[in-house]
Design a protein around this ligand. Structure first.
Ligand code: HAS
Ligand code: CU
Length: 541
């Protein structure tokens, strides 16, 4: 990446992402402390819910969106070997999204938007929160447009050639995000904003939750896809080998995006507004969407095995030891996959209609998503940051061993945080509560786990500080040493010279998604317009 202006654009996005992340980590540690009740001076439901809402929004929307945008610009310019299309527009997207974040932060921090990151009505937030969230999404749509234009321009100039895998997946993610965000956009524009302004008196929470469910499942794959891109295009090369299969990777991205969309009702199994047949349909789709993850696990491990054997590893498992464990990308993928086994297992439990009744709305659910999002996914965001930083700043990473320490501590901290969370869920602890001190015998069993979580949170906070420190120290290093590294993409074992159009374009998949969405959400949404419902007035803290 020799274009300084693009590097500046990418760095600006990544810094917003990682600063949001650091602030959210501080809030996270406060939350486990407050909830445990060990320090009575901290007891405050209103501060707790303001904090947990800010933490969720920063992690799930700000860190992810800005990271994905910055990463996308990097992938587009490096894989297509083209300058960024319309830089002023990209900066406009950045500023619109950032203004949105600041606008939403004001009510969040002042306790006027304690609606959590899922903002389920009838809890209401100040309208500035919904407007801010809207601007953040509009800013990200600008990114989607730039990715699509660059993809199409390249295809036009390279008729019949396979689009580089990383760009194929990034464009797929941009399309996925456009489809994904439509649900929440309708909810915010037609329900939440008019209702929070008092233009309409009541809101139908059933319709709102259905629209949010449209967004809630695919959004998690929007966050995950950059991690999978790194799995496929960076890891094999960094490990010293080849990608097991380029076509398999494309197929995984397609199935991931297509089936992520029509399955959101697995968040509503226990809700009354949708009938059981629709929930079953979404349950079946949920099991289908686990398949591309299995394919990904298989392909990545096969690629690592190739690398391990090329490096002289022998025997059934000897190749694992000969992998370069001190390479941040390689260490990250190993830690990330280990967390995926358990996080994915939890997801499959959640998705199982009957077992969901046991864990829904318990501490198990935050356990699940901290493991698979804050663990599996974010570890790969770290890996990408460590890999990109020397390329973006033109300075060598200040310390590889500090980066390795940071990755290990994040893995350990997240394991110490999420294991108790799963157990507490099975012990019946509800989620979304500001205190766990009920003073009865049943909840006494929760105490040791709460203690462990505080400890896990502390390790994570230390790890997050170390991460930001390594990045800042690298970038602002005054030493004259420069780095000339360029991004390196993995080669597949079998070079891909031509591809069928369905593995190289999205026209077909857009149509498939449109049909699947019409089937899975059409009637469930339309029914609200035929039902005689009264709705709910706003309710706030
Ligand atoms: Fe989930 C709730 C189901 C994946 C995030 N999920 C959530 C929420 C979030 C979230 C944020 O069905 C909470 C929403 C809220 O606030 O209410 N989830 C799933 C399923 C999967 C899944 C089936 N979730 C994710 C990912 C997330 C995420 C990814 C973020 C990035 N989730 C649910 C359900 C709920 C839910 C219900 C609602 C719960 C409720 O009741 O509220 C699947 O995609 C998971 C597939 C993964 C696997 C694992 C395969 C393992 C592999 C590892 C191979 C490695 C090896 C080791 C062998 C099946 C591939 C190699 C070792 C070496 C040394 C190299
Ligand atoms: Cu989901």
């Amino acid at each position: 990446m020799n274009d300084a202006a693009t590097r500046k654009l990418v760095l600006s996005h990544l810094w917003v992402a990682f600063l949001a992340f650091a602030v959210a980590c501080v809030l996270g540690e406060y939350q486990v402390l407050e909830r445990s009740g060990f320090i009575t001076a901290l007891d405050s439901p209103s501060v707790y819910f303001a904090s947990v809402s800010t933490h969720g929004v920063l992690m799930a929307f700000v860190l992810t969106t800005f990271f994905i945008m910055g990463f996308g610009y990097t992938i587009a310019t490096t894989t297509l070997k083209q300058p960024l299309w319309n830089k002023p527009l990209a900066w406009l997207g950045f500023w619109v999204a950032l203004v949105g974040v600041v606008l939403a932060a004001i009510p969040l921090l002042s306790g006027n938007a304690s609606v959590l990151y899922t903002f389920y009505p009838p809890i209401v937030a100040h309208v500035a929160f919904y407007l801010g969230a809207t601007l953040l999404v509009v800013g990200s749509w600008v990114w989607c447009a730039i990715m699509l234009v660059m993809f199409l321009q390249w295809k036009k100039a390279h008729v019949g050639e396979p689009v580089p895998l990383a760009m194929f997946a990034t464009t797929m993610n941009a399309l996925l995000w456009l489809w994904t965000s439509a649900g929440v956009a309708v909810e915010v524009l037609f329900q939440l904003i008019p209702w929070s302004l008092g233009w309409i008196d009541t809101i139908d929470p059933g319709l709102a939750r259905t629209l949010f469910a449209w967004t809630l499942h695919p959004i998690v794959y929007f966050w995950l896809i950059p991690a999978y891109i790194a799995f496929y295009v960076f890891v094999p090369k960094q490990a010293g080998g080849y990608l097991f299969s380029d076509e398999m990777a494309r197929l995984a991205f397609i199935v991931l995006a297509v089936f992520a969309l029509p399955i959101g009702f697995h968040h509503l199994y226990m809700d009354p507004e949708q009938a059981k047949g629709w929930k079953l349909l979404h349950a079946i789709g949920t099991f289908v969407v686990a398949l591309p993850t299995l394919v990904t696990g298989f392909t990545v491990i096969a690629s690592l095995e190739i690398a391990g054997r090329l490096r002289g590893g022998k025997g059934l498992f000897g190749w694992i030891l000969s992998l370069p464990w001190t390479n941040t990308m390689v260490l990250s993928v190993i830690l990330s996959l280990l967390m995926l086994i358990f996080g994915g297992f939890g997801g499959v439990v959640n998705a199982s209609y009957a077992m969901n009744a046991m864990v829904h709305n318990t501490a198990w659910v935050p356990g699940h998503f901290h493991l698979i999002f804050a663990g599996t996914t974010i570890i790969m965001y770290f890996a990408v940051a460590y890999y990109l930083w020397p390329i973006l700043t033109k300075k060598p990473l200040v310390s590889n061993s500090m980066a390795l320490l940071q990755l290990w501590t994040w893995f350990i901290g997240m394991s110490v945080l999420t294991t108790p969370w799963h157990v507490l869920g099975l012990l019946g602890q509800p989620r979304r509560i500001s205190t766990v001190v009920y003073n009865n015998l049943l909840t006494l069993a929760w105490k040791p786990y709460e203690f462990m979580m505080i400890f896990g949170g502390l390790i994570l906070l230390g790890s997050a500080c170390l991460f930001v420190y390594v990045l800042a120290k690298t970038q602002f290093n005054t030493s004259s040493e420069t780095c000339t590294d360029e991004l390196e993409f993995a080669e597949p074992i079998h070079a891909v010279t031509s591809l069928p159009e369905w593995l190289n374009h999205f026209t077909l998949w857009n149509k498939v998604i449109a049909v699947l969405m019409a089937i899975s959400f059409g009637y469930p949404i339309l029914q609200f317009f035929f039902m005689d419902t009264t709705g709910s007035s706003p309710w706030g803290f």
